[in-house]
Design a protein around this ligand. Structure first.
Ligand SMILES: Nc1ncnc2c1ncn2[C@@H]1O[C@H](COP(=O)(O)OP(=O)(O)O)[C@@H](O)[C@H]1O
Ligand SMILES: [Mg+2]
Length: 363
Protein backbone atom coordinates (compact mmCIF):
# COMPACT_ATOMS: atom_id res chain seq x y z
CA UNK A 1 0.00 0.00 0.00
CA UNK A 2 1.00 3.58 -0.56
CA UNK A 3 0.29 6.65 1.58
CA UNK A 4 -0.29 9.39 -1.00
CA UNK A 5 -0.75 12.42 1.23
CA UNK A 6 -1.68 13.52 4.70
CA UNK A 7 -3.54 16.60 5.86
CA UNK A 8 -2.96 17.61 9.46
CA UNK A 9 -4.80 20.20 11.52
CA UNK A 10 -3.99 20.97 15.17
CA UNK A 11 -1.77 17.92 15.40
CA UNK A 12 0.95 18.30 18.04
CA UNK A 13 3.39 21.00 16.82
CA UNK A 14 2.60 20.56 13.10
CA UNK A 15 1.14 23.55 11.28
CA UNK A 16 -2.03 22.75 9.35
CA UNK A 17 -1.13 21.64 5.87
CA UNK A 18 -1.32 18.90 3.29
CA UNK A 19 1.85 16.93 2.63
CA UNK A 20 2.12 14.80 -0.53
CA UNK A 21 4.41 11.76 -0.40
CA UNK A 22 6.55 9.93 -2.92
CA UNK A 23 5.70 6.34 -3.77
CA UNK A 24 9.19 5.17 -2.87
CA UNK A 25 11.38 6.76 -0.24
CA UNK A 26 10.42 9.80 1.82
CA UNK A 27 13.15 11.22 4.00
CA UNK A 28 11.91 13.55 6.73
CA UNK A 29 14.79 15.66 7.89
CA UNK A 30 15.22 18.40 10.44
CA UNK A 31 16.85 19.17 13.78
CA UNK A 32 15.74 17.67 17.07
CA UNK A 33 12.29 18.65 18.29
CA UNK A 34 11.05 20.01 14.93
CA UNK A 35 8.20 17.53 14.39
CA UNK A 36 9.65 14.59 12.42
CA UNK A 37 8.40 11.91 14.78
CA UNK A 38 5.09 13.77 15.11
CA UNK A 39 4.58 13.52 11.36
CA UNK A 40 5.43 9.81 11.29
CA UNK A 41 3.17 9.22 14.29
CA UNK A 42 0.24 10.95 12.54
CA UNK A 43 0.55 8.63 9.52
CA UNK A 44 0.78 5.56 11.74
CA UNK A 45 -2.42 6.40 13.63
CA UNK A 46 -4.24 5.22 10.49
CA UNK A 47 -3.12 1.65 11.17
CA UNK A 48 -5.83 1.64 13.84
CA UNK A 49 -3.55 0.83 16.74
CA UNK A 50 -2.35 3.18 19.47
CA UNK A 51 0.36 5.75 18.79
CA UNK A 52 3.73 4.00 18.64
CA UNK A 53 4.78 6.49 21.29
CA UNK A 54 2.01 5.21 23.54
CA UNK A 55 0.55 8.74 23.66
CA UNK A 56 -2.89 9.57 25.01
CA UNK A 57 -5.41 11.34 22.74
CA UNK A 58 -5.08 14.68 24.52
CA UNK A 59 -1.32 14.71 23.93
CA UNK A 60 -1.88 14.49 20.16
CA UNK A 61 -3.88 17.72 20.03
CA UNK A 62 -1.93 20.97 19.66
CA UNK A 63 -1.68 22.63 23.08
CA UNK A 64 -4.52 25.12 23.50
CA UNK A 65 -6.72 23.55 20.77
CA UNK A 66 -9.83 21.42 21.31
CA UNK A 67 -9.51 18.85 18.57
CA UNK A 68 -7.16 17.53 15.99
CA UNK A 69 -8.02 16.42 12.47
CA UNK A 70 -6.05 14.10 10.21
CA UNK A 71 -6.88 12.99 6.67
CA UNK A 72 -4.96 10.34 4.82
CA UNK A 73 -5.24 9.53 1.15
CA UNK A 74 -3.81 6.10 0.42
CA UNK A 75 -3.76 3.46 -2.26
CA UNK A 76 -4.64 -0.11 -1.32
CA UNK A 77 -6.63 -2.95 -2.86
CA UNK A 78 -6.18 -1.37 -6.27
CA UNK A 79 -7.96 1.86 -5.41
CA UNK A 80 -7.49 5.26 -3.85
CA UNK A 81 -9.02 5.45 -0.40
CA UNK A 82 -9.66 8.25 2.09
CA UNK A 83 -9.42 7.94 5.83
CA UNK A 84 -10.00 10.58 8.43
CA UNK A 85 -9.57 10.86 12.17
CA UNK A 86 -10.95 13.52 14.47
CA UNK A 87 -9.26 13.37 17.84
CA UNK A 88 -10.83 14.82 20.96
CA UNK A 89 -10.84 12.80 24.17
CA UNK A 90 -11.71 9.95 21.80
CA UNK A 91 -11.01 9.16 18.17
CA UNK A 92 -13.71 9.33 15.48
CA UNK A 93 -12.71 7.45 12.38
CA UNK A 94 -14.07 7.42 8.84
CA UNK A 95 -13.03 5.30 5.90
CA UNK A 96 -14.21 6.24 2.40
CA UNK A 97 -17.02 8.34 3.84
CA UNK A 98 -18.27 5.61 6.15
CA UNK A 99 -18.08 6.15 9.93
CA UNK A 100 -16.28 3.38 11.78
CA UNK A 101 -17.33 2.40 15.27
CA UNK A 102 -13.71 2.76 16.44
CA UNK A 103 -10.28 3.64 15.04
CA UNK A 104 -9.42 -0.06 15.31
CA UNK A 105 -11.61 -0.42 12.20
CA UNK A 106 -8.52 0.71 10.24
CA UNK A 107 -6.65 -2.46 11.23
CA UNK A 108 -5.87 -4.42 8.10
CA UNK A 109 -7.02 -1.55 5.82
CA UNK A 110 -3.88 0.53 6.21
CA UNK A 111 -0.79 -1.20 7.57
CA UNK A 112 2.63 0.00 8.64
CA UNK A 113 5.67 -1.60 10.09
CA UNK A 114 7.25 0.87 12.49
CA UNK A 115 10.79 0.94 13.73
CA UNK A 116 11.48 3.33 16.57
CA UNK A 117 14.50 3.44 18.90
CA UNK A 118 12.43 1.71 21.63
CA UNK A 119 12.42 -1.40 19.46
CA UNK A 120 16.11 -1.87 20.25
CA UNK A 121 14.84 -3.68 23.36
CA UNK A 122 14.19 -6.57 21.05
CA UNK A 123 17.94 -7.22 21.17
CA UNK A 124 19.04 -5.43 24.31
CA UNK A 125 16.13 -6.36 26.55
CA UNK A 126 15.27 -9.60 28.28
CA UNK A 127 13.60 -12.62 26.70
CA UNK A 128 10.16 -11.17 27.53
CA UNK A 129 10.67 -8.49 24.86
CA UNK A 130 11.34 -11.10 22.20
CA UNK A 131 8.35 -13.20 23.26
CA UNK A 132 6.22 -10.04 23.06
CA UNK A 133 7.46 -9.43 19.50
CA UNK A 134 6.62 -12.98 18.44
CA UNK A 135 3.23 -12.96 20.16
CA UNK A 136 2.22 -9.63 18.61
CA UNK A 137 3.31 -10.78 15.15
CA UNK A 138 1.55 -14.15 15.41
CA UNK A 139 -1.65 -12.49 16.67
CA UNK A 140 -1.94 -10.63 13.36
CA UNK A 141 -2.03 -13.96 11.54
CA UNK A 142 -4.12 -15.99 14.00
CA UNK A 143 -6.88 -13.98 15.65
CA UNK A 144 -7.43 -16.82 18.17
CA UNK A 145 -3.84 -16.67 19.40
CA UNK A 146 -4.27 -13.86 21.99
CA UNK A 147 -6.95 -15.95 23.71
CA UNK A 148 -4.54 -18.86 23.90
CA UNK A 149 -2.00 -16.60 25.65
CA UNK A 150 -4.59 -15.38 28.14
CA UNK A 151 -5.60 -18.96 28.85
CA UNK A 152 -1.98 -20.05 29.32
CA UNK A 153 -1.20 -17.17 31.68
CA UNK A 154 -4.27 -17.99 33.73
CA UNK A 155 -3.24 -21.62 34.11
CA UNK A 156 0.35 -20.61 34.88
CA UNK A 157 -0.74 -18.17 37.61
CA UNK A 158 -2.99 -20.83 39.14
CA UNK A 159 -0.25 -23.48 39.06
CA UNK A 160 2.22 -21.06 40.67
CA UNK A 161 -0.26 -20.11 43.37
CA UNK A 162 -0.85 -23.80 43.97
CA UNK A 163 2.90 -24.55 44.21
CA UNK A 164 3.21 -21.99 46.96
CA UNK A 165 0.59 -23.82 49.02
CA UNK A 166 1.46 -26.51 51.49
CA UNK A 167 2.44 -29.83 49.91
CA UNK A 168 0.70 -31.68 52.69
CA UNK A 169 -2.75 -30.61 51.47
CA UNK A 170 -5.00 -33.56 50.67
CA UNK A 171 -5.04 -34.45 47.01
CA UNK A 172 -2.10 -32.14 46.27
CA UNK A 173 -0.42 -34.49 43.81
CA UNK A 174 -3.63 -35.17 41.93
CA UNK A 175 -4.38 -31.43 41.61
CA UNK A 176 -0.89 -30.69 40.38
CA UNK A 177 -1.30 -33.41 37.75
CA UNK A 178 -4.32 -31.54 36.43
CA UNK A 179 -2.48 -28.21 36.27
CA UNK A 180 0.45 -29.91 34.55
CA UNK A 181 -1.85 -31.48 31.98
CA UNK A 182 -3.57 -28.16 31.21
CA UNK A 183 -0.34 -26.18 31.21
CA UNK A 184 1.45 -28.55 28.86
CA UNK A 185 -1.43 -28.76 26.42
CA UNK A 186 -1.89 -25.00 26.11
CA UNK A 187 1.84 -24.30 26.42
CA UNK A 188 2.68 -26.71 23.59
CA UNK A 189 0.26 -24.93 21.25
CA UNK A 190 1.99 -21.62 21.96
CA UNK A 191 5.53 -22.98 21.61
CA UNK A 192 4.68 -24.73 18.34
CA UNK A 193 3.03 -21.61 16.87
CA UNK A 194 6.06 -19.51 17.82
CA UNK A 195 8.53 -22.06 16.48
CA UNK A 196 6.61 -22.26 13.19
CA UNK A 197 6.53 -18.47 12.94
CA UNK A 198 10.29 -18.24 13.59
CA UNK A 199 10.96 -20.83 10.91
CA UNK A 200 8.79 -18.85 8.45
CA UNK A 201 10.60 -15.66 9.45
CA UNK A 202 14.13 -17.08 9.08
CA UNK A 203 14.46 -17.00 5.31
CA UNK A 204 13.11 -13.45 5.03
CA UNK A 205 15.24 -12.13 7.88
CA UNK A 206 18.38 -13.65 6.36
CA UNK A 207 17.63 -12.18 2.96
CA UNK A 208 16.89 -8.68 4.31
CA UNK A 209 19.86 -8.71 6.69
CA UNK A 210 22.11 -9.77 3.84
CA UNK A 211 20.92 -6.69 1.92
CA UNK A 212 21.32 -4.30 4.85
CA UNK A 213 24.83 -5.55 5.62
CA UNK A 214 25.72 -5.80 1.90
CA UNK A 215 26.46 -9.48 2.34
CA UNK A 216 29.14 -8.79 4.94
CA UNK A 217 27.33 -10.49 7.79
CA UNK A 218 24.96 -13.35 8.43
CA UNK A 219 22.06 -13.35 10.87
CA UNK A 220 20.57 -16.49 12.35
CA UNK A 221 17.45 -17.01 14.40
CA UNK A 222 16.50 -19.92 16.58
CA UNK A 223 13.49 -20.48 18.76
CA UNK A 224 14.88 -21.66 22.07
CA UNK A 225 12.59 -24.14 23.68
CA UNK A 226 13.94 -27.16 25.54
CA UNK A 227 10.96 -29.47 24.94
CA UNK A 228 9.93 -28.62 21.39
CA UNK A 229 9.14 -31.41 18.94
CA UNK A 230 8.79 -29.50 15.66
CA UNK A 231 5.41 -29.74 13.93
CA UNK A 232 3.83 -31.85 16.65
CA UNK A 233 1.75 -30.13 19.31
CA UNK A 234 0.95 -33.51 20.84
CA UNK A 235 4.55 -34.63 21.23
CA UNK A 236 5.60 -31.18 22.42
CA UNK A 237 2.88 -31.30 25.08
CA UNK A 238 4.12 -34.72 26.12
CA UNK A 239 7.72 -33.48 26.37
CA UNK A 240 6.69 -30.40 28.37
CA UNK A 241 4.69 -32.58 30.72
CA UNK A 242 7.78 -34.73 31.29
CA UNK A 243 9.88 -31.60 32.02
CA UNK A 244 7.32 -30.39 34.53
CA UNK A 245 7.33 -33.77 36.23
CA UNK A 246 11.08 -34.07 36.46
CA UNK A 247 11.45 -30.52 37.84
CA UNK A 248 8.63 -30.70 40.31
CA UNK A 249 10.97 -30.58 43.32
CA UNK A 250 12.66 -27.34 42.20
CA UNK A 251 9.33 -25.81 41.11
CA UNK A 252 7.94 -26.53 44.57
CA UNK A 253 11.03 -25.18 46.30
CA UNK A 254 10.88 -21.94 44.30
CA UNK A 255 7.11 -21.66 44.15
CA UNK A 256 7.17 -21.08 40.40
CA UNK A 257 7.07 -22.94 37.09
CA UNK A 258 10.49 -23.20 35.45
CA UNK A 259 9.46 -24.68 32.11
CA UNK A 260 6.95 -23.59 29.52
CA UNK A 261 6.59 -20.96 26.78
CA UNK A 262 6.88 -18.19 29.38
CA UNK A 263 10.57 -19.13 29.63
CA UNK A 264 11.27 -19.67 25.92
CA UNK A 265 13.41 -17.20 23.99
CA UNK A 266 14.27 -16.19 20.45
CA UNK A 267 18.05 -16.41 19.91
CA UNK A 268 19.39 -13.84 17.49
CA UNK A 269 22.99 -14.20 16.35
CA UNK A 270 25.21 -12.24 13.97
CA UNK A 271 27.97 -14.37 12.45
CA UNK A 272 27.03 -17.08 14.95
CA UNK A 273 27.62 -14.86 17.98
CA UNK A 274 24.80 -13.69 20.24
CA UNK A 275 23.66 -10.29 18.97
CA UNK A 276 22.83 -9.17 22.48
CA UNK A 277 26.30 -9.89 23.84
CA UNK A 278 28.57 -9.28 20.87
CA UNK A 279 26.98 -7.15 18.13
CA UNK A 280 27.82 -3.48 17.69
CA UNK A 281 25.15 -0.82 18.04
CA UNK A 282 24.76 -0.59 14.24
CA UNK A 283 24.58 -4.37 13.88
CA UNK A 284 21.92 -4.54 16.59
CA UNK A 285 19.94 -1.88 14.74
CA UNK A 286 20.28 -3.87 11.52
CA UNK A 287 18.99 -6.99 13.29
CA UNK A 288 15.88 -5.22 14.55
CA UNK A 289 15.26 -3.67 11.14
CA UNK A 290 15.57 -7.03 9.43
CA UNK A 291 13.19 -8.63 11.94
CA UNK A 292 10.61 -5.89 11.52
CA UNK A 293 10.79 -5.86 7.73
CA UNK A 294 10.59 -9.65 7.62
CA UNK A 295 7.51 -9.49 9.84
CA UNK A 296 5.99 -7.12 7.30
CA UNK A 297 6.93 -9.41 4.42
CA UNK A 298 5.10 -12.33 6.06
CA UNK A 299 2.04 -10.13 6.53
CA UNK A 300 2.24 -9.25 2.86
CA UNK A 301 2.39 -12.95 1.93
CA UNK A 302 -0.69 -13.59 4.04
CA UNK A 303 -2.82 -10.60 3.06
CA UNK A 304 -1.51 -9.55 -0.32
CA UNK A 305 -0.63 -5.96 0.60
CA UNK A 306 2.79 -4.71 1.59
CA UNK A 307 2.71 -2.41 4.64
CA UNK A 308 4.53 0.91 4.50
CA UNK A 309 7.83 1.02 6.42
CA UNK A 310 8.28 3.78 8.97
CA UNK A 311 11.82 4.12 10.27
CA UNK A 312 12.16 6.73 12.98
CA UNK A 313 15.70 7.75 13.92
CA UNK A 314 17.42 4.70 12.49
CA UNK A 315 20.03 6.40 10.34
CA UNK A 316 22.42 7.49 13.06
CA UNK A 317 24.82 4.68 13.96
CA UNK A 318 24.36 3.01 10.58
CA UNK A 319 27.34 3.09 8.24
CA UNK A 320 27.06 4.49 4.70
CA UNK A 321 26.38 1.13 3.07
CA UNK A 322 23.52 0.38 5.46
CA UNK A 323 22.07 3.88 5.02
CA UNK A 324 22.33 3.42 1.27
CA UNK A 325 20.39 0.16 1.47
CA UNK A 326 17.50 1.82 3.31
CA UNK A 327 17.39 4.85 1.04
CA UNK A 328 18.00 3.25 -2.32
CA UNK A 329 17.46 -0.50 -2.26
CA UNK A 330 14.16 -1.12 -0.54
CA UNK A 331 12.55 -1.87 -3.86
CA UNK A 332 8.79 -2.17 -3.81
CA UNK A 333 8.50 -0.55 -0.38
CA UNK A 334 7.17 2.85 0.48
CA UNK A 335 9.55 4.01 3.18
CA UNK A 336 9.45 6.94 5.57
CA UNK A 337 12.78 7.68 7.22
CA UNK A 338 13.47 10.46 9.67
CA UNK A 339 16.96 11.80 10.15
CA UNK A 340 18.75 14.82 11.64
CA UNK A 341 21.91 14.91 9.59
CA UNK A 342 21.39 16.80 6.28
CA UNK A 343 24.42 14.97 4.86
CA UNK A 344 22.53 11.68 5.02
CA UNK A 345 20.09 12.95 2.41
CA UNK A 346 22.92 13.49 -0.06
CA UNK A 347 23.01 9.72 -0.51
CA UNK A 348 19.40 9.60 -1.71
CA UNK A 349 19.19 8.67 -5.41
CA UNK A 350 15.50 9.33 -5.91
CA UNK A 351 12.52 9.84 -3.69
CA UNK A 352 11.50 12.84 -1.70
CA UNK A 353 13.10 14.96 1.00
CA UNK A 354 10.66 16.60 3.37
CA UNK A 355 12.39 19.18 5.51
CA UNK A 356 10.61 20.17 8.66
CA UNK A 357 11.31 23.16 10.87
CA UNK A 358 9.24 24.25 13.88
CA UNK A 359 6.39 22.02 12.74
CA UNK A 360 6.29 23.48 9.20
CA UNK A 361 7.39 21.96 5.94
CA UNK A 362 10.22 23.94 4.39
CA UNK A 363 9.95 23.92 0.62
N1 LIG B 1 0.35 18.45 21.80
C1 LIG B 1 1.36 19.24 21.42
N2 LIG B 1 1.18 20.55 21.19
C2 LIG B 1 2.19 21.35 20.81
N3 LIG B 1 3.45 20.93 20.63
C3 LIG B 1 3.72 19.64 20.85
C4 LIG B 1 2.70 18.72 21.26
N4 LIG B 1 3.26 17.49 21.40
C5 LIG B 1 4.56 17.64 21.12
N5 LIG B 1 4.86 18.91 20.80
C6 LIG B 1 6.17 19.46 20.42
O1 LIG B 1 6.71 18.71 19.35
C7 LIG B 1 8.13 18.75 19.41
C8 LIG B 1 8.70 17.36 19.30
O2 LIG B 1 8.47 16.90 18.02
P1 LIG B 1 9.11 15.55 17.52
O3 LIG B 1 8.36 15.16 16.33
O4 LIG B 1 9.21 14.57 18.62
O5 LIG B 1 10.58 16.03 17.15
P2 LIG B 1 11.68 15.32 16.24
O6 LIG B 1 11.79 16.17 15.01
O7 LIG B 1 12.93 15.39 17.05
O8 LIG B 1 11.25 13.94 15.96
C9 LIG B 1 8.51 19.31 20.76
O9 LIG B 1 8.98 20.61 20.54
C10 LIG B 1 7.20 19.31 21.51
O10 LIG B 1 7.12 20.35 22.43
MG1 LIG C 1 12.03 12.17 16.68
Amino acid sequence: MIARSIFTQNYRNLTSCEIPFAEGVNVICGDNGQGKTNLLESICLFTGVRSFRGAKNVELITKGEKFSRLELEFFAQQRVQFASLVITDKKQAELNGVKLSAASGFIGKFCAVVFSPDNMNLIKGGSGERRKFLDAAISQHYPAYPRLLVEYNRILAQRNAFLKKSVSTDGFEAMLEIWDENLSRTGAEISCKRAKYVSDLCGKVEEIFDGISSGREKISLRYNCGYLVPDSVEQTAHALRKQLESHRVSDLAQGCTNYGPHRDDLSIAVNDMSARNYASQGQKRSCVLALKLAEAALLENAFGERPIAVLDDVMSELDKLRQDYLMNHMEGWQVFISCCDPNTVKGLDKGKVIEIKGGSIVH
